[in-house]
Write a protein that binds this ligand. Structure first.
Ligand SMILES: O=C(O)CCC(=O)C(=O)O
Ligand SMILES: [Fe+2]
Length: 198
């Protein structure tokens, strides 16, 4: 039996200059809270240091990189860890839902509302000209902000527990995205962005 054959369809989100689609609940063999707990436990979380204007800072979140190839992200050279059975199951679910292959995943752990990710694009050359990225979220709902590079137009999406957001086409070329800090008391959230390094 194919675990993922009954996959609900992704719903396109209308956006210019790129592709976005959303699935409120990705079909998985375990409840979302069990996936979140296992990801917290089983991941070799790292607090990465970044250098901004010559000053060293700890990133306001924890992260981990798993995949077949290394990857440079925000100036960091991340040594990849192998896919675990859990990550491989999540990868296969993301591939079934989006129809794209992924050989790498960046995990980000937002411990509470103070953790965040600055506005950026995932447009590194090794992702190819039109990167396909499947973003899975577990735990607390956070607002995902998109900002058009030229017009400044913004779009805000609530990334809920168990959801999948697909980013494709020219989205990375034309839009920035990020996760703002919030003063609301929030629990933990883990986001996984599955990517294909060519
Ligand atoms: O946490 C999120 O939803 C965004 C993650 C992200 O943009 C990234 O890992 O590049
Ligand atoms: Fe990103």
């Amino acid at each position: 039996m194919d675990l993922f054959s009954e996959e609900a369809a992704l719903t396109p989100i209308p956006i210019r200059d790129g592709e976005l689609a959303f699935l409120a609940q990705l079909a998985l063999p375990w409840p979302n809270e069990a996936v979140l707990a296992r990801l917290v436990e089983e991941t070799a979380w790292r607090a990465e240091t970044v250098v901004v204007y010559g000053k060293r800072h700890l990133q306001p979140r924890l992260s981990a990189w798993h995949g077949e190839k290394g990857y440079r992200y925000a100036g960091l050279a991340l040594a990849p860890l192998p896919f675990t059975p859990l990550l491989d199951t999540l990868r296969r679910a993301a591939q079934a839902a989006t129809g794209h292959p992924y050989n790498s995943v960046l995990l980000n752990y937002y411990r509470d509302g103070r953790d965040s990710m600055g506005m950026h694009s995932d447009n590194e050359p090794e992702l190819g000209p039109e990167p396909a990225i499947a973003s899975l979220s577990f735990g607390a709902t956070r607002s995902f902000i998109l900002r058009h590079r030229r017009s400044g137009e913004t779009l805000k999406l609530a990334l809920t527990d168990g959801s999948l957001l697909f980013m494709g086409g020219a989205l990375q070329a034309n839009w920035l995205h990020g996760i703002n800090k919030t003063s609301r008391p929030l629990g933990a959230r883990i986001n996984l962005t599955f990517r294909n390094i060519v």
